[in-house]
Write a protein that binds this ligand. Sequence first.
Ligand SMILES: Cc1cc2nc3c(=O)[nH]c(=O)nc-3n(C[C@H](O)[C@H](O)[C@H](O)COP(=O)(O)O)c2cc1C
Length: 336
Amino acid sequence: MNPASPSQSAAPGNLPATHCLFYLAPLRGVTDVIYRQTYAEHFSGIDLAVAPFVTTHAGRRIKPVHVRDLQPEENRKMPVVPQVLTKSAEDFITLADHLFEMGYGTLNLNCGCPFPQVANKGRGSGLLCDPDGLDRLLDTVLSHIPNRLSVKTRLGRHDAAEIRAIMPIFNRYPLESVIVHPRTGRQMYAGTPDLTAFEWCLATCRHPVIYNGDITDLAGFHQLEHRFESAAGWMLGRGVLANPFLPGLLKNSTTIDAALKTDRFRQFHDVLFERYRIRLSGPGHLLDRMKGLWKYFAQGFHGSENGRKRIHKARSIEQYRAAVAVFFDSGLDWMT
Ligand SMILES: Cc1cc2nc3c(=O)[nH]c(=O)nc-3n(C[C@H](O)[C@H](O)[C@H](O)COP(=O)(O)O)c2cc1C
């Protein structure tokens, strides 16, 4: 493998050199380029993002639409690592070359997607129940791509014991880091992360290990930080969506007055809305996207269920705007 640097003009591939990094998790359909850039303009604490996965396209040239959210000029405010979902080494290499040309010196391999339509085809968490196949994939890919590679993994597809066969494989290759979400694919998001299994991963993995899963408040984070002192970083997903101030609080102990928080959040919402209005075709798509975000946003506030329902029921942009105004004007308290 040749971990050459991409051209310096492509800033999004240049990752920060801080020791313990805070990552924004990839959430397909949510943490797209608009969310990431708008987030970076309004909040602090996130060092870099792993982008939601891009799938490979067998035997085809990469078209701009396949990597639309990864255009370097649109990704300058938050460094981003593209994530690839595939089981084909050949298709991975084609995409990796293209992304390298775009300036991405590091890629991430998705070894965690739990959805049956993905995993049943041996991709995502489906890679974890075929250690030999994963070994061959990494062997071929890493001897051909110019980019560095990290992986984002669950503990297994069916069973947490699968990671015991997988980690020695990860250890054989020059991976940049291993991000562990300590659940199995079968679990989806049910139950709690298996911290004992994560502890094993941290002790066994020879690469920097990043923890991911259910980080939603300062007290819970301190417990993780205390228990997993050697973790190289922390990845936050739903916790940031519900409370975008969380990374700033965890990383820099930044606390902000509740009213100012709501004002900032409202501005963030309004900019997101406007950017999605320009990007998405038609009010239906815009409403769907914003309502999808509110499933997470509302979780950041105490007693938000009625307000969320009102937003969810909006059938037009006017109704949506009115419901959002009621939500913000009702003075709900932040959870943390
Ligand atoms: C709607 C949704 C979409 C997701 N999309 C991706 C994805 O594209 N790639 C990936 O590796 N993980 C994906 N995940 C998993 C998250 O990155 C993360 O591992 C998971 O939400 C646990 O972290 P959290 O508890 O901080 O949210 C997704 C999760 C959700 C809920």
